[in-house]
Write a protein that binds this ligand. Structure first.
Ligand SMILES: [Zn+2]
Length: 343
């Protein structure tokens, strides 16, 4: 009795499933629903998958938010559709086409160069254009299989995320500020992220930082004061020649407490020639902070310091023309401009 009830239930359940599948699946495949901002669900996910195949940066999270709307509008604009941010029948039809872009060959282009630029293989380009050899000529129109490009881009993003090379755009960021922050250039950022317009970044957008390998902790100012000499090229105040200044000079009276900009381990504390009495703190992942020209050092090599801990008293030692702290950030030996990393 119990068994037959169970079997009946099972049969009914299976039958229900078959009916549901028969009714729901073909409908979803034939009539794509009209989608707009605020909607959620699997068809939104499908929309986002298609947008990302076309190379538009969206997160496939099934939520039609402002980022998805912006991508839809961009897609509509670039495909010559009415731009309303609403995905109706026409937009769906366009989305279902095979994503590709056309590149007109310029001087200096080769299949190798194009394959690298678009993140596809040389074989992909040859196949998409029925090329039998690698000869291309200026003015020739080549189809770039964008699906492969988008896949490579998202793969790149995933790989970059695992090694800490992804930066999430904050409100007010511009491409040039981000480039300065990470010692890179706007063209390098645009290329790594396939940005068609690097001047139009959105808060929350994720960017690959080319060549970036570190995770810089949140920093605090080691001392508060006027920046008497900024980061970058300058005429050296003592040697009077053009030199690169790898830090910022913060003018403060001798004896001011110098604080650790972030927690870490002291790897140098002592006389450092032109840098005077200096301290270097290691924050891991190749990131160090440097504090120079002090009058007194309060930590020794091997000490672990907290953020804000007083590590030295400022001074005017080494090659220096007045009391100040020379503060530097280095990542794998390369300096960064500290002003982009301080609050
Ligand atoms: Zn300096």
């Amino acid at each position: 009795m119990a068994r037959s009830v169970h079997r009946a239930k099972t049969v009914a359940f299976c039958l229900l499933f078959v009916i549901a599948a028969a009714v729901v699946l073909p409908q979803a495949a034939v009539a794509a629903p009209v989608l707009k901002e605020g909607m959620t669900g699997s068809s939104v996910k499908e929309l986002q998958r298609r947008l990302s195949e076309w190379g538009y940066p969206v997160e496939v999270d099934g939520r039609f938010g402002p980022l998805t709307k912006a991508a839809v509008e961009k897609f509509q604009k670039e495909r010559g559709l009415a731009v309303d941010g609403i995905v109706g029948a026409q937009t769906w039809r366009e989305l279902e086409k095979s994503p590709a872009l056309i590149h007109v060959v310029e001087r200096g282009d080769s299949l190798y160069v194009l394959a690298r630029r678009y993140g596809v293989s040389i074989a992909d380009i040859m196949q998409a254009n029925n090329l039998s050899n690698d000869v291309i000529v200026i003015g020739q129109k080549l189809t770039i299989p964008k699906k492969a490009a988008a896949a490579a881009a998202s793969e790149g993003l995933a790989a970059a995320a695992s090694s800490g090379q992804v930066y999430q755009v904050r409100p007010g960021d511009s491409a040039s500020v981000i480039a300065k922050k990470f010692n890179t250039s706007v063209p390098a950022l645009a290329e790594a992220n396939r940005l068609s317009d690097p001047n139009r970044l959105r808060a929350g957008q994720k960017l690959i930082i080319p060549g970036w390998q570190a995770n810089i902790p949140r920093l605090i100012w080691p001392v508060k004061g006027r920046i008497s000499s900024p980061y970058g090229w300058r005429i050296h105040p003592v040697y009077k020649n053009r030199q690169f200044h790898g830090g910022i000079d913060i003018a403060v009276p001798v004896g001011t407490s110098v604080k650790a900009a972030a927690a870490g381990k002291v790897i140098e504390s002592g006389w450092m020639d032109g840098f005077g009495y200096g301290v270097v703190i290691d924050h891991g992942q190749g990131v160090t902070t440097w504090y120079g020209h002090n009058s007194k050092l309060l930590v020794k090599v091997g000490d672990r310091v907290r953020q804000g801990q007083v590590i030295a008293r400022s001074g005017n030692t080494g090659v220096s023309t007045g009391p100040h702290v020379d503060f530097r950030i280095k990542v794998n030996g390369e300096t960064l401009n500290p002003v982009y990393w301080l609050p």
